[in-house]
Design a protein around this ligand. Sequence first.
Ligand SMILES: *Cc1c(COP(=O)(O)O)cnc(C)c1O
Length: 371
Amino acid sequence: MADQLPPVRPDLLDLPGYEPVQPLEDLARVAGLAPTDLLKLDANENPFGPLPVVPEMLARLPGYERYPDPMQGRLRQAIADYVEVPPDRIVAGAGSDELIDLCFRCLVSPGQSIISCPPTFGMYRFSAGLAGIPIVEVARREDWRVHAEAVQAAITPATALIVLASPNNPTGNALDRTELAALLATGVPLLVDEAYAEFAGRSLVNELRRHPQLMLLRTFSKWAGLAGLRVGFGIFPEPVAGLLLKAKPPYNINIAGEAAVIASLQRRAVLDERVRKIVETRAILMERLQALPWLEPYPSDANFVLCRVRDGDGRALKEALAKHGVFVRYFDLPRLRDCVRLSIPRPDQVATLIERLEVVGTDLYARRRPT
Ligand SMILES: *Cc1c(COP(=O)(O)O)cnc(C)c1O
């Protein structure tokens, strides 16, 4: 028999991959700058980095030869203390990304579908596609609020789950009370991804008791500066948490991630102070961005700001900024082509960011103006 490539699922042949951000070294090379002169504002990472205790502790951490605890005992207890929810309702994942995938595969039966509200985090569509789950996309309103009535209208007997980010990435706005009430009233299981809850200063964790169909995802990637160690978690009704614990890859949290999270949570006051600084910087940056006549920032509850470019070309702005060592996120999607998303930098980086934006803005607009 002739040699043949192994067949793959035909429905995956045109799966759009998740568009990841480029490594810092590659970005530096493109800009011809030292990595320290770059403003990497494209992935909503923590501009302060991890707490210093994390690399110190990891350098001395014993036990790399042993498998981690598949039941995540110490980790789930530490998280339980943080969110004030019993540990049997918590499941940790290799980033909340893993939990998105796990929830979709465990909560949605063959023939069922998911509702999502774009523009939003790309992983929902990606994970649904990979799992072969149809995803019904109900567009957000003009001001990026969830269109709750349209969601209600889109619900069918096949709807297994509504997934939403709050604050939403990349639009920055959080779910409001009215929208939440309308979505909960449908009775459809609601998975709210609160990756940026710490920057919003609020979470739906207190709603869990009253609404058993509500499930939350959180992460240590953004507020705790641990994106590279991949630890996120979800809060579920206890039977769902039990199922997910059984269904997850047994050793999904490595011992470095587990130890880093526990050490970080023990020094929460320092992390909280950093979050406070980022929120303060968000207000300052917002004012400076509003002063640029060609840029229109949207209000944000997160650690990033979505900005509309008045000449309508987000890609041109992203590329021009990259030449000046400022890396922002551009989305090649229908409603976002005139936008860029930028993460909140450290307070001492705001002046540089604004300077570089002014240079690039002047340049782009001068070139466009007819002479
Ligand atoms: C960054 C982000 C995540 C991913 O977090 P990890 O825990 O690093 O996988 C999840 N949801 C949203 C909305 C995000 O922006």
